[in-house]
Design a protein around this ligand. Sequence first.
Ligand code: PLP
Length: 449
Amino acid sequence: MVVTSDMDSVRQSALDHLWMHNSDWITMAEEGGPSIMVSGDGVRVTDSEGKVWIDAHGGYASVNAGYGQTGIADAMLEQMKKLTYFPQGTTTVPLIRLVEKLGELAPANLERVWPASGGSEANETAVKIARAYHKRRGDNGRYKVISRRGSYHGATGGVMWMGASAGLSDFEPAMPGMLYAPQPNFYRCEFDSSTPSECAERSAKAVEDLILLHSPDTVAALIGEPITSAGGVSVPSDEYWPMVREICDRYGVLLIADEVVTGFGRTGRMFAMEHYGVVPDIMTIAKGITSSYLPLAATISATYVADAFAGEDNVFRQALTFGGHPVTAAVALKNIEIIEQNDLVGNSERMGAYFLERLEELKGRHPSVGDVRGVGLLLGLELVRDRETKAPFDDSLQVSKRLTDKMSERGVIMRFSGDKVTIGPPLCITKDDIDEIVSAMDSAIGEME
Ligand code: PLP
C-alpha cells in the first residue's frame, strides 16, 4: 500500500509499478523519478516538493477552464450523491441536459450526440458512423478514410493510423483503407508555393486528386482538425476548408472535423471551424468539454447522417460502458457554464493574439526560431538549425529534451516534441502569465543557441 505522507515511497512505487504513457521506468529512474503533481489553481500546479509550475502545456491543451474550479467539484459530488452511474439503454437527466446544450453550441444541423469517454473513441466512432452511413445508403464500396500527414487523431486501433505519425511500425499491419493528403502548413508546404493561400489551394486540390486516384466510390470520409495541433500547430489559410468542403460534397465524401483540441474556446471561437465558416458532417469533441476534470467525449452527427440510423433495422450497433456517464455529463455542464460566464472564449482570442505577438518577438531575437504560428491559445513554434534554408537540427530529439529541461528549471511546463512545440495553456491565462512564459523561453532558447 502507498504511504501517501512519504513522497519517496510514492515515487518508488511509481518506478516499480507505473507504466507511464510515452515513458519507460528505467529512464525515469535515471532522471530521479517522475514529477508528482499534487494541486492546481488557475494556470499553475504545485508538485510534491512544493515547487509551483506555470502550465503552458495545459494538459495536452485540455484544461480550458483552468485548475482548481471548485464549482466543478461541487457539481460532480452533487450528481454522485444522486446517481453515480447508469448504463445507456435508459438515460439520465445530466446527459440529456448536456446533449441539449451541445446542440445549441454546435453549428446548425449538428444535433445528434453519441457520447464516449475520450477523443480516440470519439474519432473511432466518427469513422464507423461514416462507413456505416454509406452502407445504409447502398453505397457499399466506401471504406477509405483520408487524413492529413502530420496530424494526430488518437491512439487506438484504427485512428492511430490517421495522420501517419512516426513510431507506428511496432503495430503493423496498418488499418486498411488509410489515405494521406498534405498538411496545409505554409512553412513546410509540400508544394512549391509563394503564399499561404497558394499552399492552401494546392493542398485542397491534392485532396481531390487523391479521391479521383482512388475512385470516389471507395472513399468514405476525410478527417481533419480545423487547425492542426500536432507538430507545432498548422493554421490553413482561409481558402482551405471551404475548398475541402466543396470537394467532399462533390464526391459524396463525409467531412469529419476533429475538434478534440480546438473545441470549447481553444482557438478563440467555441469551435475552430467557425473561423472558416464551414459546417462538417460529423464533429468530434473531448478535452475542453470537461476541461479534463473527468473523461468525456462525443461524436456529433448532422441530422441527415444520424437519420440513416433511425428505425429498428438501422440502429448503430455500438455501446461503451462509460459513454454518457451522468457524473461526467454534470461536470461538462458546469465546465461549459464557467467557460461562458467568464468569457474564456473571448479571453482565448485576446490573450492568444498577445501571446503570438510576444512569440514573434522571440523570432526577431533568436535565429533558431524558424516559425511561430497559431490562433487563440493554440500556438506553436518551430526551431531550425538554419533559418534561411529552414534546415532542421541534426538531432531534434536532443534539442527537444534540452529545451524541455531548461523550461522545467524555470518552472514552466512546456513539452517540446522534436524541434516543435505546441502551446495550449488554460484559457484563463493573463498577460503577466504570458510574459513569464515568454521570458523563460527567451532565456532557455538563448542558452541553447
Ligand atoms: N484528436 C486530437 C486532435 C488529439 O490531439 C487527441 C489527443 O491528444 C485525440 C484526438 C485523442 O484523444 P484522447 O487522448 O482523449 O483519446
